[in-house]
Design a binder for this molecule. Structure first.
Ligand SMILES: NC(=O)C1=CN([C@@H]2O[C@H](COP(=O)(O)OP(=O)(O)OC[C@H]3O[C@@H](n4cnc5c(N)ncnc54)[C@H](O)[C@@H]3O)[C@@H](O)[C@H]2O)C=CC1
Ligand SMILES: O=C(O)C(=O)CO
Length: 386
């Protein structure tokens, strides 16, 4: 087993031992735990990704709850160790929890928290930024300037794609996908085609109302369509943004066959999870189709890129920063801490994980509830009546 690693300890005499595998932004999450009789231990080891052995050492012999990161592998080994240490609560500091084996958590009676809602707009804004960067070739043009290559305006210099009046395709029109769609529709007057297992009723109503508003003002109305198949989106859209969860149904959702049916000058954006795209196939597609552009926040084998991707001028790549705004990261820390605290205190689970604002109000005490526990039903946890 790995040696115990460096820790920062808050409120040493607290009754409940809570561990965070990383330092997290803001001070509120620390205050919320220490004001509620928790001894908080924050791992300060400089290693970016902790191994299962590292985390076993952090859990130790006694641990009531633990906050972990999306880079960590939370399965049977860690959940059974947490159970043996007397723990009942884990929270990912993330909305996505594909790094967590929820079945293993269920077997060990551990609640699994996540942090929905607080990342929605921040992540959608980064997806919109990637869309614009790819469509208008911002990174290529920036590199060109810095290399001293600019000799004056030219009719063909860095010609890209106009978004207005084009079709934006969204795959996975949940919280983030819908927020992204609204940005592209309201901001650039794009038409929408989307594919999701469920109907995005609020999004549809928004596009209808916005279309009516534009029409009343003498402008071309925007339109929406719910596609029967993912292929319909890929064939029709000029810009496609991926926002589904990562699971068996979405692994390599973008594969060679599906890349082949996309428009040759399409823009593809991924701020969901890397394995949603077959990245090797994408590299080949980028090579064969120089006018096809991508904006990627996530990668199949993070922190690595597949061979060849870094050389592609038609790819904009950023290191998984879609949720990286101060407000969002502090909010994620707060929600993760409250998930763990709420379970330790025996609080019920908040009724609507899409409406977590009451937990984020700095000027009020948070509701006595766990903001979001993904396996609440399986563990038979009570729902909050608030
Ligand atoms: N790059 C980043 O930093 C971030 C990435 N994410 C990723 O984005 C994902 C989505 O987050 P939210 O919008 O908050 O979740 P959400 O649960 O509101 O939306 C996910 C949507 O995907 C749909 N979906 C599931 N399977 C599908 C399939 N096979 N085909 C099409 N649609 C399918 C669901 O019906 C749902 O509407 C997270 O699970 C996470 O992996 C989230 C935040 C930040
Ligand atoms: O919350 C998530 O799922 C993330 O990817 C964090 O950025």
């Amino acid at each position: 087993m790995a040696k115990p690693i460096s820790m920062e300890v808050w409120n040493p005499s607290g009754k409940y031992r809570v561990v965070s595998t990383k330092s997290m932004p803001g001070a509120r999450w620390i205050r919320l735990l220490t004001d509620n009789d928790c001894r908080l231990e924050i791992c300060t080891d400089p290693k970016t990704i902790l191994s299962v052995d590292d985390i076993l050492a952090l859990i130790g012999d006694r641990c009531d709850g633990i906050i972990g990161q999306l880079t960590e592998d939370w399965g049977e080994v860690l959940f059974s160790a947490l159970k043996r240490a007397g723990g009942t609560a884990f929270s990912n500091m993330a909305v996505g929890y594909n790094n967590v084996d929820v079945e293993a958590a269920n077997r060990n009676g551990i609640a699994v928290g996540n942090t929905p809602g607080v990342l929605t707009e921040t992540t959608a804004e980064l997806a919109a930024s990637l869309t614009l960067s790819a469509a208008r070739r911002i990174v290529e043009a920036d590199q060109f300037m810095r290399a001293g290559l600019y000799e004056g305006w030219l009719p063909y210099l860095f010609v890209g794609n106009l978004l207005k009046g084009q079709t934006v395709g969204v795959i996975g029109a949940g919280r983030i996908g819908s927020a992204y769609a609204r940005m592209m529709i309201e901001g650039f007057k794009m038409n929408l085609i989307y594919y999701d297992l469920y109907q995005a009723t609020r999004l549809e109503k928004f596009v209808t109302a916005y279309g009516q508003f534009l029409k009343a003002n003498g402008e071309q109305p925007v339109t929406w369509k719910r596609a029967a198949t993912m292929e319909d989106v890929l064939r029709e859209a000029d810009v496609i943004s991926l926002h589904p969860v990562l699971d068996k149904t979405t692994y390599h959702l973008i594969n060679p066959e599906r890349l082949a049916i996309m428009k040759k000058e399409a823009v593809l954006v991924n701020a969901s999870r890397g394995p949603v795209i077959d990245e090797l196939a994408l590299v080949e597609h980028l090579k064969a189709n120089p006018m096809f552009r991508v904006g990627l926040d996530v990668f199949e084998d993070e922190p690595y890129m597949k061979p060849g991707l870094a050389d592609m001028k038609n790819a904009v790549v950023v290191p998984h920063i879609a949720s990286a705004s101060k407000w969002t990261r502090e909010g994620m820390a707060t929600l993760a801490a409250l998930n763990v605290l709420g379970k330790i205190k025996g609080y019920p689970v908040w009724g609507n994980p899409n409406q977590v604002e009451p937990f984020l109000n700095e000027n009020a005490a948070p509701p006595p509830a766990c903001p979001s526990i993904v396996n609440a039903k399986q563990l038979g946890l009570p729902s909050s009546k608030l």
